[in-house]
Design a protein around this ligand. Structure first.
Ligand code: ASP
Length: 338
């Protein structure tokens, strides 16, 4: 591919806007796609107002912030990831070091923390006062103690039971209440001037999650995937669905098998409806092909994504296509939620 002829591109979940200026400036200067996605994600991780990623992220059931992150380089198909990492503010940087230094792809928990220390990252408190308050209020509102099982376990099951009950009675309302305060992630895809693709993800995961729970975000093929030859994809939302359906890899594989980007992302969204799942929650897919076309797809209405090409001054927001279980698909004007 002619390096000078390829227009740089960033595609991301809307919460990534804060890092677009830096990411696009790197791409315009000819930096690799991998540098750009890492730079954008790092900005989001450092933003305490984002309760779904890095510093300021909402904690697990015990009040500990556990972070997942991944990078994947579409040129080499190399990936690096960390899961359930505690005490480090920029898991995406640690994930990149896993890819560069180790013969492994994914480190979890204490091993990931040891590695982060060895790589010179400094430890810091991730739980902000605001995130702690949100965590505590929701926990107290949902739960009461139990003598029979450890209180945090009882709490977990009661919280989940309420969630399932609400989902059953009024799925739309419950899904919208829970997904806004319990989940989100930053995902960023980039295409550089040489035509290389890369993806990075970072998340504090499902808030109030069972300690040690790992979602799709650090799993190559589930929460993100990049292959220069065909395209790249990443997901936000209920990670368990993306893991079970291997969603990010599915999008890329459908393209490899000949589907255009739009049909590939639609097919991967349709795959989600085959999953039996009492939570039946939202999953949103962000994808680009090798030519720089991009789409957002979701199994929920009103989702959006952002993108910016090298000739645009600022990111633009686009509606995601909404796919119904019967396969009918529509795109409505953006409502502002990712
Ligand atoms: N996908 C993330 C996870 O399951 C959360 C999210 O994107 O909302 O951990």
């Amino acid at each position: 591919m002619d390096a000078e002829n390829t227009t740089p591109l960033l595609v991301a979940s809307s919460n990534a806007a804060i890092g677009f200026e830096e990411g696009m400036s790197l791409l315009r200067d000819g930096a690799p796609a991998l540098d750009a996605v890492v730079a954008v994600v790092r900005r989001v991780e450092d933003n305490p107002e984002d309760h779904t990623v890095g510093y300021g992220g909402l904690p697990n059931l015990r009040g500990e912030v556990e972070l997942d992150a991944m990078v994947m380089d579409g040129r080499t198909l190399k990936a690096g990831a960390v899961a359930a990492l505690k005490g480090f503010r920029n898991p995406v940087l640690v994930a990149r070091r896993v890819m560069e230094v180790l013969p492994h792809v994914l480190l979890a928990g204490e091993g990931a923390a040891t590695f982060a220390r060895e790589m010179g990252f400094s430890e810091s408190e991730l739980l902000t006062e605001e995130a702690r308050t949100i965590w505590k209020q929701r926990l107290e509102a949902s739960l009461a103690g139990s003598d029979e099982v450890p209180p945090e376990i009882a709490s977990y099951y009661r919280h989940m039971a309420r969630f399932v009950r609400e989902m059953t009675q009024d799925p739309e309302a419950a899904a919208s209440e829970h997904e806004t305060d319990a989940m989100d992630t930053v995902v960023v895809l980039a295409r550089d001037r040489a035509g290389n693709l890369a993806v990075a993800t970072s998340t504090s995961g499902w808030a109030w999650k069972y300690p040690g729970r790992v979602g799709d975000s650090p799993i190559p093929g589930a929460g993100g995937y990049a292959d220069n030859r065909y395209g790249a994809a990443a997901c936000t939302g209920r990670g368990e669905m993306a893991m079970r359906a291997a969603t990010a890899r599915s999008v890329v594989l459908y393209m490899k098998m000949g589907l255009p980007l739009w049909n590939a992302a639609r097919e991967a969204t349709l795959d989600l409806y085959a999953l039996e799942d009492e939570f039946a929650n939202v999953l949103t897919i962000y994808a680009t092909d090798a030519h720089g076309n991009h789409v957002g797809f979701s199994n929920r209405e009103g989702r959006t994504y952002i993108f910016q090409t090298g000739d645009m001054e600022a990111p633009d927001e686009r509606p995601c296509a909404f796919v119904r279980p019967d396969g009918s698909t529509e795109v409505r004007p953006a409502s502002g939620r990712t």
